[in-house]
Design a protein around this ligand. Structure first.
Ligand SMILES: [Zn+2]
Length: 271
């Protein structure tokens, strides 16, 4: 499942080939993905020039000179393929420029796209209620302290709440809590400011490490099959139940279920 680093890597990879290009042709291979394609999508994008790309949480953004932005979400299994050697039945949307073809592929079709006025991007429903970006300046220990004040829910669950931090998935929350030495089951409102001051750089570090891994394993961001953005990274606690904690503290990684999802942590060094 594409997490924030995969989306960021995808956006960077697309930007290399798409930024500044005119979209010569647009093809929709079906009426919908998770949701119907927005009405008039083909007409709106055909002939438009791409003026920049970006990312908000796990959403990719393609801005055009028609003051519109194509928002894409990769769902569970989505990816962009650039100039794939073979067509694929799961390529649902295709953008063509002078030199390249960009295929939005998604076998499970939990992904989707929307087209919005760029000026109204911040008011787009998912963005309007979204907390700060984990890699941005607005995520601080003070922000977390205020968001967690009086909350009895486990810190793990609140870190997955997009209204508090945007775009953090299960993997990175587990990894960051381990790096910061915070028990994922702790009531969020009872985590000290000092611990939150360790957590913020830990969140950045695990995301940056994953981005670095992605950048180093993807040659020019495009794999031989033309697929962008997926990569294997090394995790410290995620999926490592029963293995020794890499801190060398003698702890064994435990797994608990919180909010219906697994959490991995070290009971020895996470308090
Ligand atoms: Zn440990």
């Amino acid at each position: 499942m594409p997490e924030l680093p995969e989306v960021e890597t995808t956006v960077r990879g697309l930007a290399r080939f798409l930024d500044g290009q005119r979209i010569a042709a647009v093809r929709q291979n079906r009426p919908d993905m998770r949701f119907a394609f927005p009405p008039g999508l083909v007409q709106s994008l055909t002939g438009a020039r791409v003026t920049g790309l970006g990312r908000r949480a796990k959403y990719g953004l393609i801005h055009t000179d028609r003051d519109t932005t194509l928002i894409f979400h990769l769902g569970m299994s989505g990816s962009w393929r650039i100039d794939p050697a073979l067509p694929d039945k799961h390529d649902h949307l295709v953008l063509e420029t002078q030199g390249n073809r960009f295929h939005l592929n998604d076998p499970r079709r939990f992904g989707f796209v929307d087209l919005v006025d760029t000026a109204l991007l911040d008011a787009w429903p998912a963005f309007a209620v979204m907390g700060p970006e984990p890699l941005g300046e607005a995520l601080t220990a003070a922000h977390l302290r205020a968001a967690f004040a009086g909350r009895k829910q486990a810190i793990k669950l609140l870190l997955l709440d997009q209204r508090i931090v945007a775009g953090l998935g299960n993997i990175y929350v587990c990894e960051a809590l381990h790096m910061a030495g915070i028990d994922p089951r702790r009531a969020a409102g009872r985590v000290s400011l000092a611990a939150l001051a360790r957590l913020v750089p830990a969140i950045r570090a695990v995301l940056e490490q994953s981005l670095a891994d992605g950048g180093s394993t993807l040659r020019d961001y495009v794999q031989p099959d033309g697929e962008l953005g997926y990569f294997a990274t090394r995790f410290t606690v995620y999926g490592r139940e029963g293995q020794a904690c890499q801190r060398g503290d003698g702890g064994a990684i435990a797994r608990v279920v919180q909010g219906g999802r697994s959490t991995w942590f070290c009971p020895r060094c996470q308090r």
